[in-house]
Design a protein around this ligand. Structure first.
Ligand code: RP5
Length: 167
C-alpha cells in the first residue's frame, strides 16, 4: 500500500454513507487515501492532533465532511497549511442542510475551505485528485481518462436519442 496522499475525515460515522463517495472516486482514480472519524465537538483534541500531524505524515489535501453546526472543515483548515475541501452533509440534526453549507462556506478571511455542494463528496474526491494531480502525472492521466469517459457517456446518449428518439 502506498502512503496516503489524501485524508478523508468526517464528524460522525453517520456521515459515512455520503463521505464514502469521496473514497470511491479516489479509489477509482488510484489516489492513496486514509479515512477516519474526527469530531470537532466530541473529540476536539483528536482533531487538533490529526490536523497538526497531517502534513508531516505526507498528506497533501484533506477532505472534511460534517453536518449541522459543521465546524470540522474550518477548524482543521485553521490548524494546517494543507488545502482543506469541505463537504456539507445533510445530517439528521441539520436544518435542511443550510446550516452545514453556511458554516463550511462562510469562512473568515485568511482561512479558506474549498466548499463543494451539499452532500457533494464525489466532487470533493475529484477536486482532491486534481490538487494532487497538479504535481503527479500518473494521477493527472487517471483524471484525464475519467473526464474522457464522462464526455463519451454524454456523446453516447446524444447518439442514442438521435437514433431511437426521446420516447
Ligand atoms: C455532525 O453532527 C456530524 O458530522 C454529523 O453530520 C452530525 C450528526 O452526528 P451524529 O449525531 O449522527 O453522530 O457533528
Amino acid at each position: 500500500m502506498s502512503k496516503p496522499l489524501a485524508g478523508i475525515i468526517m464528524g460522525s460515522q453517520s456521515d459515512l454513507a455520503i463521505m464514502k463517495e469521496a473514497a470511491d472516486i479516489l479509489e477509482e482514480l488510484q489516489v492513496p487515501f486514509e479515512l477516519t472519524i474526527v469530531s470537532a465537538h466530541r473529540t476536539p483534541h483528536r482533531m487538533l492532533e490529526y490536523a497538526e500531524s497531517a502534513k508531516s505524515r505526507g498528506l497533501k489535501v484533506i477532505i472534511a465532511g460534517a453536518g449541522g453546526a459543521a465546524h470540522l472543515p474550518g477548524m482543521v483548515a485553521s490548524l494546517t497549511t494543507l488545502p482543506v475541501i469541505g463537504v456539507p452533509v445533510k445530517s439528521r440534526n441539520s436544518i435542511d442542510g443550510w446550516d452545514s453549507v453556511l458554516s463550511i462556506l462562510q469562512m473568515p478571511g485568511g482561512i479558506p475551505v474549498a466548499t463543494v455542494a451539499l452532500d457533494g463528496a464525489k466532487n470533493a474526491g475529484i477536486l482532491a485528485a486534481e490538487i494532487i494531480g497538479a504535481f503527479d502525472e500518473e494521477i493527472s492521466d487517471n483524471l484525464a481518462r475519467y473526464k474522457k469517459g464522462l464526455k463519451e457517456k454524454v456523446l453516447d446518449s446524444v447518439e442514442e436519442i438521435k437514433n431511437k428518439g426521446w420516447k
